[in-house]
Every structure is written in C-alpha cells, then in structure tokens.
Write a protein that binds this ligand. Structure first.
Ligand code: FES
Length: 152
C-alpha cells in the first residue's frame, strides 16, 4: 500500500505516494526521472548514489524514501544555478576529475559536502572523507585536485 510523502527536491515542493519499501534512490530515478544519481552497488559500498538530505550527504540506496518526509533533497541536477555550473562541477571539468563519468555525480555531491563541512584541509583529509566514493577508472588524483582548487 502506498503512503503519502512530502519532499522538496532541488527546490521544488512535491507531494507523492510511495511504497514504503522504495529507496530514496529508486524514488529519484524511477518516479522522478532524476537519473543523474547513479545506482552502482545498491548496498552502500560505492557512493554513486550520493545526494544531500537537508545539506548532509546520504547514500540514497540505503535510505527508504518515507524516512525523509518533510526534508529537502538535492541531487546533481539541482547543483548548477541555471546554466551556470556549480564551482565544484567546473573544477571537475578543469581537472579532468572523471573518465567514464559513472561515479561523477556521487563524487561531486560528496566533494561539495567535503568542502562545506571543512574536511578539505589536506590531501589526506580529502581522501579520507571521499573514501566512500569509488572510482573504477582511478581518477582519484584529479578528483583531489578539483576539491583542493574549490576550497581556496
Ligand atoms: Fe548506493 Fe553504491 S549505489 S552506495
């Protein structure tokens, strides 16, 4: 049986009905067609599904949508300001912070949280904070460079 759910997603207030077992990730991708958020492992190991919930980063595959009633969700689609990329998106482009790009939305959402929460003080600190976001292509040095560029 579906249950009512109110969310603000990328600035838009939504009233939805969802199955209680629907994950936040599936709600975003399947119901709202926000497919920028990726499903890598679907069990909390890769970080491809990272979004912000009330400004905190969350692995959306590990979270049921109904747990977030009344909260504000930001996905990669909500990061840019119209046509103007978020500074972190620009830095990833500038530093080639990706190869295949599959992990990139999650990397960028984590990277924004990393800087905002003050964990970008050193390369070691950045790598520690970002350790839940796996990149099969091994773009890590460029991702770190992008984050260091933004924090200045
Ligand atoms: Fe959520 Fe991998 S899809 S952590």
């Amino acid at each position: 049986e579906q249950v009512p759910l109110s969310l603000k997603v990328n600035g838009k207030k939504l009233k939805l009905k969802v199955e209680p077992r629907t994950t936040l990730l599936d709600l975003l991708r399947e119901n709202l067609h926000l497919t920028g958020t990726k499903k890598g492992c679907d069990y909390g190991q890769c970080g491809a599904c990272t979004v912000h919930v009330d400004g905190q980063r969350v692995n959306s595959c590990l979270s049921f949508a109904v747990m977030h009633d009344g909260q504000e969700i930001t996905t990669i689609e909500g990061l840019a300001d119209g046509d103007k990329l978020h500074p972190m998106q620009e830095a990833f482009v500038k530093h080639d912070g990706f190869q295949c790009g599959y992990c990139t939305p999650g990397q960028i959402m984590s990277a924004v949280a990393c800087v905002r929460e003050g964990h970008a003080g050193s390369e070691e600190e950045i790598r520690e904070y970002m350790s839940g976001n796996i990149c099969r292509c091994g773009a890590y040095p460029n991702i770190v460079a992008a984050i260091q560029d933004v924090k200045q």
